[in-house]
Design a protein around this ligand. Structure first.
Ligand code: SDX
Length: 429
């Protein structure tokens, strides 16, 4: 760590601020003592230049389009790993041994059932409620049912709550879908894989046997891997901030789900598919490209651009390949896929997108795959939240176990009224 002095404007003040260096990536200026030494804050709305924490979990190189989970490139994990193994890796930092993996999968499997009383929650929602609204409500309500895993000071309770959340998200997500279509809930099955069990709970009906497609099971698992974690994005930062107050893990994950719902974040996959449907045909693409470039038009190309990636999102590259495989396996001729491919081609040749380094992100192709798999558009962000739960929990665990952690409490640049005296009602107007 090198000591570097930061001389402020006009030389009126010289402040020594340490420079911290990580294992890879940009160094950081440690400003923790800046206010005490200068009576000034840093100012960074949207935190575009701010490292909010130290972490060992996920690393992104936005310029190279690189994504590492605990050092392993996402492309290698997508090809060789599975979601349960990735959950273990994110949580504990190393790939599991065969015995460790078998025990982890067993422990998660035996937490997939939901407290029977929680089924009553679903009956209180309108059938046409957005499933993300149900997810926020039911996950938050888990704190009212699993009191034996809400004490965050107890490592054992933290572990149980973590396993419960990873295990029960698929069950809750599938129940939200079944409720919306008026079909009976399907209980988890311990003889199926994590992703196979989810597909069974989603699409099987009591009236006939559900034939689980190995291709769709693998595609589902791959989509979960690609969405598992992504450094300090908006929803992960929300989970960390909520957790920094000592809130229980169910409340923290419910907060993350709420944040992910936004169309600028996890809601982009649903928004992207709706946009592709609005475009409809290849010949209407120029009209929408023009709107995306028009400063006076709030329209943005959903599934394009990223706060960090100024190159291809490596997840989008894997997702595009998977889209080809799934549509080919299903024999689905989806014109939206043709529109997406042509839109990507045109946008990547357009000066506006090139100059602003806007590339397809993880949400650009996911919707096409999920639609082909039979998921309704409203479920897309639910699947993102399901997969991201492992990342949120890993980041929450890392923060809780960090001896230096304290409640997050940003400051502000105040530009409101200075002190002034109260004016009685009769003297106003
Ligand atoms: C996710 O953070 C994460 O890691 C998130 C995520 C994860 O895994 O957790 O990767 C998941 O959220 C992916 C992103 C999904 N969102 C979308 O696809 C929505 C569309 N994209 C945009 O809203 C936007 O690109 C953001 C929000 C993703 C990023 O915006 P930034 O970094 O805040 O950049 P910006 O909004 O300041 O845009 C920079 C410029 C602007 O033009 P200028 O004002 O400089 O002239 O690029 C333009 C923007 O107008 N721009 C776009 C655009 N995205 C940015 N113009 C048209 N279409 C777009 N999609």
């Amino acid at each position: 760590m090198t000591k570097e002095s930061l001389t402020l404007a006009g030389g009126s003040l010289s402040v020594d601020l340490p420079i911290l260096e990580g294992s890879v990536g940009p160094k950081v200026i440690d400003v923790r003592k800046l206010y005490a030494q200068s009576d000034m804050f840093t100012f960074d709305p949207g935190f575009t230049s701010t490292a909010s924490c130290e972490s060992k979990i996920t690393y992104i190189d936005g310029d190279k389009g690189e994504l590492l989970y605990r050092g392993y490139p996402i492309e290698q994990l997508a090809e060789h790993s599975d979601y349960m193994e990735v959950c273990y890796l994110l949580l504990f930092g190393e790939l599991p041994t065969p015995d460790e993996k078998a025990k982890f999968v067993h422990d998660i499997t035996y937490h997939t059932m939901l407290h029977e009383q929680l089924r009553n929650f679903f009956g209180g929602f309108r059938r046409d409620a957005h499933p993300m609204a149900i997810m926020v409500g039911v996950v938050g309500a888990m704190a009212a049912f699993y009191h034996d895993s809400t004490d965050i000071a107890d490592p054992h309770q933290r572990m149980v709550a973590s396993y419960r959340l990873i295990a029960k998200m698929p069950t809750i997500a599938a129940m939200a879908y079944k409720y919306s279509v008026g079909q009976p809930f399907v209980y988890p099955r311990n003889d199926l894989s994590y992703s196979g069990n989810f597909l069974n709970m989603m699409f099987s009906v009591p009236a006939e046997e559900y034939k689980l497609s190995p291709t769709l099971e693998r595609a589902m698992d791959l989509i979960f891997i690609l969405h598992a974690d992504h450094e300090q994005n908006a929803s992960t930062s929300t989970v960390r901030l909520a957790g920094s107050s000592g809130a229980n893990p169910f409340a923290c994950i419910a907060a993350g789900i709420a944040c992910l719902w936004g169309p600028a974040h996890g809601g982009a996959n649903e928004a992207c598919l709706n946009m592709l449907q609005e475009i409809g045909t290849v010949d209407r693409i120029p009209e929408f490209i023009a709107r995306a470039k028009d400063k006076d038009d709030p329209f943005r190309l959903m599934g394009f651009g990223h706060r960090v990636y100024k190159n291809f999102d490596p997840r989008a590259t894997v997702m595009r390949k998977t889209a080809h495989e799934v549509l080919g396996e299903l024999g689905v001729e989806d014109p939206l896929f043709d529109v997406a491919m042509e839109l990507e081609k045109i946008a990547l040749e357009d000066e506006y997108f090139i100059s602003k380094k806007l590339y397809p992100n993880v949400d650009f192709y996911s919707g096409i795959i999920l639609k082909a798999m039979g998921f309704p558009t409203e479920m897309f962000t639910v699947l993102f939240a399901l997969a991201r739960t492992s990342g949120w929990i890993a980041q929450w665990k890392e923060m809780i176990e960090d001896p230096a952690q304290k409640i997050g409490r940003p400051r502000q640049l105040y530009t409101g009224a200075a002190t002034r005296d109260y004016v009685p009602l009769e003297k106003r107007g």
